[in-house]
Structure formats: structure tokens, C-alpha cells
Write a protein that binds this ligand. Structure first.
Ligand SMILES: Cc1ncc(COP(=O)(O)O)c(C=O)c1O
Length: 379
């Protein structure tokens, strides 16, 4: 098998053909020529598009390099559309789902909707594989590892085996790790699901989501869901996403290395507490992360806590190389006081920091300078 960078550069590309581009441009089509009988592969724009096909092949190659059995990917216009497609296509009234208690902040809204449809929802934290205790009678287990924004990690293989023993399906939100760091299908999950809005596309200019699975019947159900709800990605977004994959390894490697350097620097500051990053050797998530995340890629996010909200706001305002913005995984570093959204159980001074691809020393200097200013300006 080729290396990750080589696979990322070539993922999903067609066979080279004289006088054709390496990556064909986006196909803008609401309908296709369709004389006579209805026959595939492309009939109507809501059902299929060659630009999606190429991107979906690329993501399948990254999520499941073994290629046998063949993985199928279905792309969506956002991560939430992909998550909803799995949960709402698989769960029926009377079913039970187990969600993480500390997952992405829109999961509670999805929980309410599922409960409105007669699905029972249980939650348990990501850390210490606590979802194990909630699996009896479940039809579907939803895992998010590393979790956003707390950066806890759970053992996908262990949870997937336990869920399968009880007849439950397993879906893993692979957003933070990316398929270059973590491959849930190899660890036994039935679905790998992600927001491609983050590190996968990495430029902060595209929203995208995807679902990858090895089971043809699960792929068919998710594809049918997309067709029925019309939750389809635009060809331009799909093409931009595919183009971005060529630099995926460069970006995630640089981001992971800088994130670790930043986490170490934060560790040494007296006013900073609860620094979390799965790559830190003394982080509670490190041992499991080391086992199931590849290549020292522990993600681009570092979280930490400043003494209070004003201190955190002074810090954010003093940063020069870091945009105050939400989301993560982009080439430009961003940071925010996560509590401002109200959806996560975090202290007022909690900062979620997303490391970009700036030079490591520049970024660490900027953060340390901002920390100094935040302290001085506060007295
Ligand atoms: C872990 C995780 N999953 C899913 C999503 C939702 O993705 P999107 O914003 O593309 O809908 C996010 C967004 O931040 C996320 O962090």
C-alpha cells in the first residue's frame, strides 16, 4: 500500500488521458441527456454528479485504503446533513440510540428531533469508554473521537465490538482526526461520518459532509435518504473539496506538529489550566489515541482554560496571527471562547484553539505574547 501523502495526492483521480486535466472541473448539470429508457449513471442532478463521484471515490480510498470490500461514500452539503442522514435513515420509532454526552453542540438538537419521532436517546461521556454502559438494547451507537471541544478519546474497536455483540450499528464522527489519522471502518465501525468543512478541506471556504460505509445496504439507505431529502452538495464545493485533498497530508502533519508544540508551551503557563491535546504524553486521552490514531496526527485542536471570561476575551483580542472565529481545521489559525455559544458544558474561560499552517515558532510566539498582554492589561 502506498503512503498517506501519495494516496492523498492521487485519491479519486481518473486514469490519465491525453489532453485531459488531472482533476476534471466541476460538472454543473441539473439534468443530463437522457434519450429513451432511463439508464444511469447520470440522469438528474439530485441523484448523481460526476464531480461527486470523483470526490466520493477519493474519500473512500482515504477512509478504507484496503479497497476490499469496496467502501462507498455519499457526500452531503455539510457535516450536519451527513450526520442527520445516518441517524434519520437508520432509526425508527421504538429504537434506542446512544449518543456522546460531550459531542458536537448540535447533537442535543438532533436528540430532540429523534425523541420527537419516538426514538429513545441515551447519552454518556466519550472518556473512559463510558458509552459501554449505555448499550443494552441499543440499535445505534454514535461515537465522536476525539470529541469536540473537550478532546476526549474513546476506544473505537472496543466500543464497536461491544455494540455489535448487542446487535447495534456503530457510527463514528471522524471530523477532528481526518481519515489520514484515524480509520473507523478498519476498527469495526459501520459508518465513518465527518464534516469535511474542517480539516479535510482545510481552507475555511467550503461546507461539506460525507458518510462512508462498507455495507452496500447501508450505503443504499443513506443514498436514498440524500435523494429523498435533496440534501446534495454543490458541484463547485465538491470540486474544491477534491482539490484540497492533495494537500491533506501536508496540512494535517504541520497542524499536528504545531498543535503539540503549542500545547507544550501552554503547559508551562501558570494562568493556563486544563490544557488538552491527545498528543500530550500526560493527557488522559493519549494512550488510546496513540493506539488508534496514525502517524502522530493527533489533530489541530488544543483546548485550555483561562481564569475567567474577561481574561479569555483579552487574550483573544491580543492575538495577531489568529482569527477569532469558530470552526477548526483551516490553514489559518482560529480561536474562540467556546462558552459564547452556550451549547457546551465548559468553563467561561475555555478556549478552543485551532492550529493552522503558520510557522510553528511564529504561532507559539503570538500566543505567548497575547497571554502576557492579557495578564498585564488585566491588572
Ligand atoms: C465534530 C463535528 N461534527 C460535525 C460538525 C458539523 O459539521 P458542519 O458544520 O459541516 O455541518 C462539526 C462542526 O463543527 C463538528 O465539529
Amino acid at each position: 500500500m502506498t503512503g498517506d501523502g501519495t494516496r492523498a495526492v492521487r485519491a479519486g483521480l481518473p486514469e490519465p488521458r491525453a489532453n485531459e486535466p488531472a482533476l476534471p472541473g466541476p460538472a454543473f448539470a441539473a439534468h443530463y441527456h437522457l434519450p429513451g429508457e432511463v439508464a444511469g449513471p447520470y440522469t438528474y442532478g439530485r441523484e448523481g454528479n460526476p464531480t461527486w463521484t470523483a470526490l466520493e471515490r477519493a474519500i473512500s480510498e482515504l477512509e478504507y485504503p484496503a479497497g476490499v470490500p469496496a467502501a462507498q461514500t455519499i457526500t452531503f452539503p455539510s457535516g450536519m446533513a451527513a450526520i442527520s442522514a445516518v441517524l434519520l435513515s437508520q432509526l425508527r420509532p421504538g429504537d434506542t440510540a446512544v449518543l456522546p454526552a460531550d459531542g458536537y453542540q448540535l447533537l442535543p438538537a438532533l436528540r430532540e428531533r429523534l425523541e420527537g419521532f419516538g426514538v429513545t436517546v441515551r447519552t454518556a461521556p466519550t472518556g473512559d469508554d463510558a458509552q459501554l454502559g449505555a448499550l443494552d438494547g441499543a440499535r445505534l451507537l454514535w461515537i465522536e473521537t476525539p470529541s469536540n471541544p473537550g478532546l476526549d478519546v474513546c476506544d473505537i474497536r472496543r466500543l464497536a465490538d461491544a455494540a455489535h455483540d448487542r446487535g447495534a450499528l456503530v457510527a463514528v464522527d471522524n471530523t477532528l482526526a481526518t481519515p489520514l489519522a484515524q480509520r473507523p471502518l478498519e476498527l469495526g465501525a459501520d459508518f465513518s461520518v465527518a464534516s469535511g468543512t474542517k480539516a479535510l478541506t482545510g481552507h475555511g471556504d467550503v461546507l461539506l459532509g460525507y458518510v462512508t460505509t462498507l455495507a452496500p445496504e447501508l450505503a443504499a439507505a443513506v443514498r436514498a435518504w440524500r435523494k429523498t431529502t435533496g440534501a446534495i452538495p454543490g458541484p463547485m464545493e465538491a470540486w474544491l473539496a477534491h482539490r484540497s485533498l492533495a494537500t491533506l497530508q501536508l496540512r494535517v502533519d504541520r497542524q499536528a506538529a504545531t498543535a503539540l508544540a503549542l500545547a507544550r508551551a501552554l503547559h508551562d503557563r501558570r494562568e493556563v489550566t486544563s490544557v488538552r491535546h491527545p498528543g500530550l504524553p500526560d493527557d488522559p486521552a493519549h494512550a488510546v489515541a496513540l493506539r488508534q490514531m496514525h502517524g502522530g496526527r493527533f489533530g489541530c485542536v488544543v483546548s485550555f482554560v483561562l481564569p475567567d471570561r474577561p481574561h479569555a476575551e483579552r487574550f483573544l483580542a491580543a492575538l495577531r496571527l489568529v482569527d477569532e472565529a469558530t470552526s477548526f481545521g483551516g490553514v489559518r489559525s482560529t480561536a474562540e471562547r467556546r462558552g459564547r455559544w452556550g451549547g457546551d458544558a465548559v468553563p467561561d474561560g475555555f478556549i478552543r484553539f485551532s492550529v493552522g499552517v503558520e510557522d510553528t515558532d511564529d504561532l507559539v510566539d503570538d500566543v505567548l505574547t497575547a497571554l502576557n498582554l492579557a495578564q498585564t492589561n488585566g491588572v
